[in-house]
Design a protein around this ligand. Sequence first.
Ligand SMILES: NC(=O)c1ccc[n+]([C@@H]2O[C@H](COP(=O)([O-])OP(=O)(O)OC[C@H]3O[C@@H](n4cnc5c(N)ncnc54)[C@H](O)[C@@H]3O)[C@@H](O)[C@H]2O)c1
Length: 356
Amino acid sequence: MTTTGSTTAESAMSEPITVPPFAVISGAQVQHALQGRETQIVELVEAAYRLHSAGGSVNPPSYFLRFPDRPSSRIIALPASIGGHARVDGLKWISSFPENVAAGIPRASAVLILNDHDTGYPFACLESSIISATRTAASAALAADWLTRGRPRPARVGFFGTGLIARYIHTFLAGTGWSFDEIGVHDLFADSAAGFCGYLERSGAASRMTVYDSAEQLIRSSDLVVFATVASQPHVNDLTWFEHNPLVLHVSLRDLAPEIVLASTNILDDVEHCLKANTSPHLAEQLTGNRDFVDGTLDDVMAGQVTVPADRPGVFSPFGLGVLDLAVGKYVYDEVVRNRELRVIDEFFHDLRRHG
Ligand SMILES: NC(=O)c1ccc[n+]([C@@H]2O[C@H](COP(=O)([O-])OP(=O)(O)OC[C@H]3O[C@@H](n4cnc5c(N)ncnc54)[C@H](O)[C@@H]3O)[C@@H](O)[C@H]2O)c1
């Protein structure tokens, strides 16, 4: 470990303050730390939500960097601080370039910076598209569990949009004990749907698989609907498609017309976060001028303060909280340290004597 060097003022302090080593953690290391740990990660995400609701976090609004010359793309900064066991600050910096997919590379790319609680020094940079997809999928699986408690679990799931996030959500549902009689799939692109079905087969899913050309048929055939598209504005407008009252994991946030939101029980991850950036709940707020349609947060459900009736559609809209990235990122960091695989960049912080 590099030290700041001792001065008279510093040596008067009881605890020596040191500059932490700076490490880089690759996607391969991240995946190794998280693979097969679905139950553990869902518990971690549940604890992070509870801590967040209890005031044990700082999670300011995400900042969206957009480009006039590339209107479909964005880079989002998610700064956050989490207390409790993780006790770490940091920033996820995540790009979404949807045109990447046609070129054969993932839409999203990201890094997560972890900052030391005591000195503020960044001490790790982690590949974070996997961390982001993992915390998103863990949150979706957690919501699917809590929002269906006290009634039979949905046996027919429909994936509306079948990219990387849909794959992670299926992995997390399967890895936390869900099994389905039927898996429905719908995507604008046949290649995406076929690729997702290939993944399902390789994953050993024993369900009957159906690719639906019609969005309506997918929704009508599913008790659990997972939206993971890249739609920037609502394209599902017909409330009658939901008359069987499915649970909807509205992960891509902008698929549902506000009228469908208003006719549903709405559970968000964080109300202030979710009613921004023209999400469907935000459009519903703009339409009605109030937030009466919001029934509560996932933490309210977990705390038994809100129940989700089975006689109307239930919609979970997770904006995605930086505290979840921190919780999962710190878990990965600790795993890499435990396995003695931390790759430190020597002399990353340099010129540490104040007066040279
Ligand atoms: N809420 C959160 O916390 C959170 C976190 C991560 C990602 N996301 C969102 O998840 C979504 C999916 O991300 P991804 O990485 O899987 O993207 P991706 O590009 O890999 O996959 C998206 C798929 O949706 C399909 N699609 C787009 N519009 C469609 C439509 N109208 N109908 C049917 N299919 C459609 C595309 O063809 C593509 O196959 C994105 O919108 C992303 O912003 C949300």
